[in-house]
Structure formats: structure tokens, C-alpha cells
Design a protein around this ligand. Sequence first.
Ligand code: PLP
Length: 408
Amino acid sequence: MLDVARIRRDFPILQQEVNGHPVAYLDSGASAQSPRQVLEAVRRYYETSHANVHRGVHTLGERATEAYEGARARVAGFIGAGDARGLIFTRGTTEALNLVAYAYGLRRLKPGDAVVTTIMEHHSNLVPWQQIARLTGARLRFIPLRPDGTLDLSDLDRLLQGARVVTLTLASNVLGTINPVAEIARQAHAQGAIVVVDGAQGVPHLKLDVGEWDIDFLAFSGHKLLGPTGIGALWGKPELLEGMDPFQFGGSMIGRVGLHDSTWAEIPARFEAGTPNIAGAVGLAAAVDYLESVGMEAIRSHEEELVDYAWRRLGEIPGLSLHGPRRPRASLISFGLDDLHPHDVATALDSQGIAVRAGHHCAQPLMEWLGCPATSRASFYLYNTLDEVDRLARALIETKEFFRDAAI
Ligand code: PLP
């Protein structure tokens, strides 16, 4: 059992009122809040150790490098990666997925090769592959969905024929579906394809081990796991990364530079051109420390309780439709309320201090599958409470009544 009251005291932003109500932050799926331990780690870094990394021979440069490389080892350990050389810091999931698409896909795919993905992908795991397909002549193939929003894997063998890359999300940011990534990886490898996983919605909530799952690449974002914005990571199997050319070029990623040609640094530096987000990496490591000090299993069971309760409470509201599978699900729920526009719903909730997201959630093909242009989405994390779920349910009933009365 989590001591949520104690956890909440670590989050300064949750201590305030919004629109005259205590804030109920139900939008961690977009960006989670940071505990003061993360904020302090970033501040301490700037106050005591800031300088550019890998370059200076002075003391502060060494401290900064130590902090940055220490953060790399810490974040690699969090996802079960024994070899920290496989952990490349990026701006976030989007940049990490573009890195794989361009540094691996663009160089390796040929006309007729298949890239297998799903129709539930966030645009950041779809649009880069569309571009690579266009540039290489490869084709995209999509694993379809069953009516409950889980993947229909009945035809996977056929879809995997000729596949070089299988790329999918661990957890859908709209449906909440958790995909059987390890099982898909087994089948994909049997067909000779590599497996890329978008962990943006999964890594913050699920204890995972890249070695055990035998995936090839994993992308995730710091700001969804209590860390700062502008930092995230791509983890890749070191033996794959070692065989890849860089994605971006410039300082820090070179071996030797001549006027007409250059050689590349070893991994991970090869994929980190330019001055990295050092403070962000330090903050991300502090976020990982915080999550582990609370315990990923304990966080997961707390979120399961919240999401189960929310599913039940919201499901009791007439005219409210819930999207995605009942269980297991990630820590979020997408819903529609009568024929109200999700933006109106989110605005009404905001007037009561409740923050939810509304829109297409960067998943337009999935919206088409759902048959609606947008949904509202409540997403939960370790600091949310059952009381906030009750507030959400009550506010939705009031919103419904308000719009009904307004229509009379
Ligand atoms: N993939 C999924 C499933 C997401 O939910 C998100 C963000 O919402 C992303 C990718 C993109 O993450 P970022 O904007 O941090 O790059």
C-alpha cells in the first residue's frame, strides 16, 4: 500500500488550488509532475557541478561528466540494461524513435521490405516510419485491433513474412491496452525482424527488463516518469548500435575529422551529437531513484486500484462510453460523454480544478478506428487518489446536467 498522503507532500505543484479547487491532476499520461527530489537534484547540479561534459579537464567539467555518466548508468539499470553503453540520451520518445527510423531503418530497409506496426501507434511511432517507407520503398503493415482494443495477433505469422522491423507501443496512450511485447518479439525474431518498442506510456508504470523481454530498441521520455522535459532515452542492444551510423552529426560524436571525411566515436557518444541535456539527465536519474524508492510494484498496484475504480465509477454514468480493454490496462482511461465535444468536457472539468486531456492524442488513425474525432482522457500516477476519481465522476455528472439544461 502506498502512503499517498506522504507522496503528495513531495510534489509542490499539487499543493495549490486551480480555479478555486485543490488541483486534481489527471494528465500524467501527457506529462507527469516532478517531486522536489527531482527539482532539487537539478538545482544542486547547477549550483555545484555544472560545466560541459566530456571536454573540460577542469574539476567542474569532471563533476558534470560524472553526473551525466552516472545518470546514464542509473537510467540503464532502471530498464534492466546491464550495459549502459546501450543507453542514449535523447530529447524524448519522439527523437529516440526518429533515431532508430533514420539510423537503422533508412540504412537497412530495401524496396519490398516490410515494417510491421499497429494502428494504435502515437504519431511519433508512425510518421517517422511512413517517411522511411517513402524513402526506401519499404511497406508498412498494420496489426489490426479486436473490438475491445487489444491487438488481433491471429494473422501475425503472415504479417511478419518479409518484415525487417516490428515497431509497436508497449501501452496505448488512448486505449490503455498493454501489448504482449515479449511474445511479439519472440515471433518477430524468428522471422529475422528487429523489435522497436515505444515505451512512453509503459516505462513510467511497469517494471520492465529489456534483457528478459529480448527487444532490440526501447524509447521513452523523462517527463512522463516524474523527470524534466527535454530528456528521454533510446536504449538499444549495444551490438546493434555498434553496427549503426549516426543520426546527427557534429561535436562529441566523432572519432577523427578531416576536411573531407570523418570517423565516428564509440557508442553511446556516436549518437549524442552536440552538448547534451546534462541537467535533464541528472533530473531523470533522480526521478528513477524516486520511483524505485517508492517501488514500481507498489506504484503499479496503486494505479490498478485507481483505474479499476475509475472504470467502475465512470461506467455508471449514463451516456458515458469507455474505450479500450477492461483489464489489464495502463494507468489511463479514455471516454466520451454523450455527444459533448471532449474539449467542452475538459474545460468544464478544469473549472473544478480537474486536469484531463482532450483531443486526438496524436493518434488520428486510431481515432478513425474508434469512429470519433477526439476523446477525453484521465490518466493516473502514484500521487492520485480515489477521492480524485470521485471528484472526476461527480464533475462529469454535473457537466452532463449543465449541458442538458443549457440545451432546453
Ligand atoms: N508515444 C506515446 C505512446 C506517447 O503517449 C507519447 C506522448 O504522449 C509519445 C510517444 C511522444 O512522447 P514525447 O512527446 O515525449 O516525445
